[in-house]
Design a protein around this ligand. Structure first.
Ligand code: AMP
Ligand code: GLY
Length: 423
């Protein structure tokens, strides 16, 4: 089978690595890929989705897997399906679950799926009235896609009103903030749960915990995610059952009723409050860095999972994972998440790296020049360790982290701390 992956991050790199191990897979392409994917697959420089579909037809590529949300929200799946191509991802109308927070919250309310109480508004007077009713802190969210920056946790009402005003005026996020959600703050712990769906059936993957804040101890600004581990002990069979019955199944039923049956991977961002799972958000793609810990744990050949989800035959897939744990530590550039950093050459101490079993790197924000690899993105790469328990996996990931060098390198030192406290 020949496969095209759309995207360029660590998530797409990890999917490519999983497919590379798969005997059923022949050629792997990435569009556009990055400076490291070119070493394990073929990078394609085609941005236009119609032209990309034509490339898939010309090269007889059997399956396309879409990594990030932007092409899904733009309707890449509909374009490929119209041309009779097999593609893993959500349709344009189903992608509104991520593309519009107002759509998502109204969907949750309509189908009685637990979520934080909220209002949606495009008027500052309504916003202020609701803010006055809430306790601190207060959560303000822009409706549209803001590259992971559209959520403000305001510490008091004045801050909340200012954030709402800045969004509604277009100052913070342009048109994406012209409509906003204001909601109550939920106090609990977060989990990322993924359901791979084919429109009819679904398979739940092991729950992952991400670390959204930049600094140790969950301090500093929110980021796209600074590290993840799976499976997490913060979930048990009882909680999985509640998530399936109260969230996944009503979501898939609801999407069918809305005329947008869900295909691809549904990422449910949950807050667990006193044992109750509450939906913070849906995403219509794999999480990043969550994908980088799930892919190496996948025992079932990756092509089977993606192919069967894309062609509607998930029902007869037996999905298996290794009886192991994975920890991923994100290594980011100097100014992340505030601004871009100057490109910095990446040097990896290979003498020791070779001795590290069960570790690998997933490359994200990197470019290649004169056969040297440079850090040129916010999140540059991820060091992943696998082990019989979380402690072992974490030690390996951090050992590998020590072998990676570039100017301005920053990473968190406490990934998986909640699981180790649990041990
Ligand atoms: P979202 O993009 O909606 O997942 O929000 C980004 C992050 O903001 C989440 O991962 C949470 O850490 C935090 N967050 C969002 N909504 C809430 C809420 N209602 N209560 C507490 N934290 C929240
Ligand atoms: N790691 C969270 C996300 O991908 O949105």
């Amino acid at each position: 089978m020949d496969i095209l992956i759309v995207g360029s991050g660590g998530r797409e790199y990890s999917i490519a690595l999983a497919l590379k191990k798969d005997k059923e897979v022949n050629k792997i392409y990435l569009a556009p890929g990055n400076g490291a994917t070119s070493q394990i697959a073929t990078n394609i420089e085609i941005k236009d989705y119609d032209k990309l579909a034509d490339f898939v037809i010309q090269n007889k590529i059997d399956l396309t897997i879409v990594g990030p949300e932007a092409p899904l929200v733009d309707g890449i799946v509909d374009i490929f399906r119209e041309k009779g191509l097999l593609i893993f991802g959500s349709s344009k109308s189903a992608s509104r679950l991520e593309g519009s927070k107002v759509y998502m919250k109204n969907f949750l309310k309509k189908y009685n799926i637990p979520t934080a109480s909220y209002i949606e508004t495009d008027k500052i007077t309504n916003a202020e009235k609701f803010i006055d009713k809430l306790k601190n802190p207060i959560v303000i969210k822009a409706d549209g896609l803001c590259g992971g920056k559209g959520v403000i946790i305001a510490q008091n009402r004045d801050e909340a009103k200012k954030a709402a005003q800045d969004m509604l005026s277009g100052e913070s996020f342009g048109d994406a903030g012209k409509s906003i959600i204001i909601e109550e703050f939920l106090d609990g712990y977060e989990l990322s749960v993924f359901a791979v769906c084919d429109g009819e059936n679904y398979k739940i993957l092991p729950a992952v915990q991400d670390h959204k804040r930049l600094l140790d101890g969950d301090k500093g600004p929110n980021t796209g995610g600074m590290g993840a581990y799976a499976p997490t002990p913060l979930i048990d069979d009882n909680l999985y059952e509640k998530i399936k019955t109260n969230i996944v199944e009503p979501t898939l039923e609801g999407m069918k009723k809305e005329g947008s049956p869900y295909t691809g991977v549904l990422f449910i961002g949950l807050m667990i409050v006193k044992g109750k799972p509450i939906v913070l958000e849906y995403n219509v793609r794999f999480g990043d860095p969550e994908c980088e810990v799930l892919m190496p744990l996948l025992k079932t050949p990756a092509s089977q999972l993606f192919h069967k989800a894309a062609n509607g035959s998930l029902k007869n897939l037996s999905l298996e994972f290794y009886d192991k744990f994975a920890v991923a530590v994100v290594v980011a550039s100097k100014n992340y998440p505030y601004s871009a950093s100057a490109p910095a050459e990446i040097i990896i101490d290979k003498s020791i790296y070779k001795e590290l079993n069960d570790t690998h790197i997933s490359y994200a924000g990197v470019m290649r020049e004169d056969d040297k690899l440079y850090a040129n993105g916010g999140r540059v790469l991820l060091c992943i360790g696998l082990g019989a328990n979380i402690k072992e996996a974490r030690n390996k990931a951090y050992l590998l982290c020590g072998q990676v060098h570039f100017v301005g390198k920053q990473f968190r030192h406490d990934i998986a701390y909640q699981a180790l406290v649990h041990d």
